[in-house]
Design a binder for this molecule. Structure first.
Ligand SMILES: Nc1ncnc2c1ncn2[C@@H]1O[C@H](COP(=O)(O)OP(=O)(O)OP(=O)(O)O)[C@@H](O)[C@H]1O
Length: 315
């Protein structure tokens, strides 16, 4: 056997072993971030904005991403939208590998597969076009104009009466709902919204969240909303909290019917266990029990016990 065939046999064995470990991480997910790292270098100083972030978003899911200022939310959204490239890890959106896209594929990804809604209404809509013309524009650019689609989308998002108005003649909420219609005009698989209610009062914010929900349910588009707005938790299936460039916890909402047939909502908080087995405990939990530096663990039949390290803390 030559050195070349030996090497290829070894590679073949490794590949078979890897396959035997089961399906690829997030094989069915619409958005996959696996150990995502983004390091910015400015004037010789490195800032680690994302430090091994893991996130899976299922097809058709609607999630909120929350976190303190500087936690890495915008960095993540810029990567998912194809504007920025991560330093390391895996980022896949609608089957596009965002670390490997060439310039032309990146353009196609941004035009066909993802839609965007930004906080600043001026970034979403052209001021000299009417709402209907704004919605038609991405379809024209992609040579995919369908008569009646702009009106249908504006109707779905509750702004049919704005079709002939320019952004300056609409309220902030109407502009954002029109922006959602623009974002879904070319039938993307994913919508990414960055602080879409940042400039709106709470009633208007509710209307914009409802419009995002309509697009998500009626068009089946996977929706990710990055926000500071605490109201987001009531409007999405799952809220993911980012802390220090990593996913830290999740709140999952489930609706069920009670004995009177009324809808009741359960919200449960989960900590994210990453693939290396790391877990970030909520600060208010560790603070309440005075846990720091290290904790004592014990494996029970159905849970893991975590106790303050009494001796360590007394020392
Ligand atoms: N272009 C850049 N160059 C250098 N550092 C950056 C750059 N962009 C972001 N950072 C740094 O990366 C970290 C994460 O920033 P990011 O903007 O993603 O946070 P964020 O959660 O979106 O914050 P905010 O809610 O204030 O928008 C911060 O420490 C920030 O200073």
């Amino acid at each position: 056997m030559t050195a070349g065939t030996e090497a290829s046999t070894a590679l073949h064995d490794l590949e078979s072993k890897a396959r035997a470990h089961g399906p690829v991480y997030g094989a069915d997910a619409q958005i996959v971030c696996d150990n995502l790292v983004r390091i910015y270098k400015t004037d010789g100083v490195e800032v680690v904005a994302l430090q091994g972030l893991d996130l899976l978003v299922g097809k058709g899911e609607m999630i909120g991403i929350v976190g303190a200022s500087g936690s890495g939310k915008s960095t993540l959204l810029n990567i998912l939208s194809g504007l920025d490239v991560p330093t390391a890890g895996v980022a896949r959106v609608a089957d596009a590998d965002l670390l490997a896209l060439g310039a032309r594929e990146r353009l196609r990804f941004r035009r066909d597969l993802v839609g965007f809604v930004w906080q600043q209404t001026s970034r979403n809509l052209l001021p000299y076009l009417t709402a209907a013309e704004n919605v038609e524009l991405p379809m024209r650019l992609a040579r995919r104009r369908r008569s009646g689609r702009a009106a249908e989308l504006l109707d779905l998002l509750g702004v049919a009466d704005c079709a002939g108005k320019r952004p300056g003649e609409m309220s902030g909420g109407q502009q954002q709902r029109t922006a959602i219609a623009v974002a879904v005009a070319n039938g993307p698989q994913v919508i990414l919204a960055d602080e879409p209610t940042g400039e709106l009062d709470s009633v208007t914010s509710g209307e914009v969240f409802d419009a995002l929900r309509s697009a998500n349910r009626e068009l089946g588009v996977t929706t990710v909303i990055v926000t500071h707005d605490a109201m987001v938790a009531e409007n999405v299936d799952r809220t993911v909290a980012i802390r220090d460039g990593r996913t830290a916890s999740e709140v999952v909402r489930r609706t069920a019917l009670n004995e009177h047939g009324e809808e009741i909502v359960h919200a449960e908080e989960y900590a994210v266990l990453d693939r290396a087995g790391r877990l970030q405990l909520p600060r208010d939990f560790t603070g309440a029990l005075g846990m720091r530096d290290r904790v004592r663990l014990a494996l029970e039949s159905d849970h893991i016990g975590v106790w303050p390290d009494e001796r360590g803390n007394d020392a």
